[in-house]
Design a protein around this ligand. Structure first.
Ligand code: IMP
Ligand code: MG
Length: 181
């Protein structure tokens, strides 16, 4: 196992726990979409590691696509919704599964769902690796959920603080002194 990063307070979810959860989620999606060809929409950048692992745990033909939406800035609190990079495929009449790293306030996902519904998707399901229910302000229900976590700022496995730590193979709690200084 990799040595804990100096800015991390503790490991919240280990590499092994992540791998097992991804297998479970992949199996659930595989079972639910038999005979279909869903589009996995990865929300960059935070979901890139989760997406790469999850898509290989799904035993179906799938399309993949990517969106960049921003609702965060560089701090630790959610803000406004903006499309920075749009999809390259038409989702009209398609089954869409949104792949997110973390559901926090819910603003990003609730705005995104409205947009994809408006574009005529047949179905839209949400898959998030992490769920921080304490901070929810917009109502969003997950169809596939990895882990429920407490209200702490986490890094690793794609998740950043100020664009750092995305490459850590585990999910850790960031030391408070890093974002209060
Ligand atoms: P929401 O719109 O508040 O649900 O924010 C979702 C986005 O905020 C996620 O896709 C992450 O990019 C970011 N985010 C929320 N909580 C954390 C965290 O604890 N660590 C890193 N990024 C986070
Ligand atoms: Mg982020």
């Amino acid at each position: 196992m990799m040595k804990l990063h100096k800015d991390a307070k503790s490991v919240l979810i280990s590499e092994e726990q992540l791998a097992e959860k991804v297998r479970e989620l992949g199996a659930a999606i595989t079972a639910d979409y038999q005979g279909k060809r869903p589009i996995l929409v990865c929300i960059l950048k935070g979901s890139v590691v989760f997406m790469a692992d999850l898509m290989r745990a799904i035993d179906l033909n799938v399309d993949i696509d990517f969106m960049v939406v921003s609702s965060y800035g560089s701090g630790t609190k959610s803000g406004r919704f903006k499309i920075v990079k749009d999809l390259s495929v038409d989702i009209h009449d398609r089954d869409v599964i949104i792949i997110e790293d973390i559901l926090d306030s819910g603003n990003t996902l609730s705005n995104l769902i409205k947009l994809l519904e408006y574009r005529g998707a047949t179905s839209i399901k949400l898959c998030a690796l992490l769920n921080k229910p304490d901070r929810r302000t917009a109502e969003v229900t997950l169809d596939y959920e990895g882990f429920i976590i407490p209200d702490e700022f986490v890094i690793g496995y794609g998740l950043d603080y100020d664009e750092t730590y995305r490459n850590l193979p585990y999910i850790a709690v960031l030391k408070e002194e890093v974002y209060t200084k």
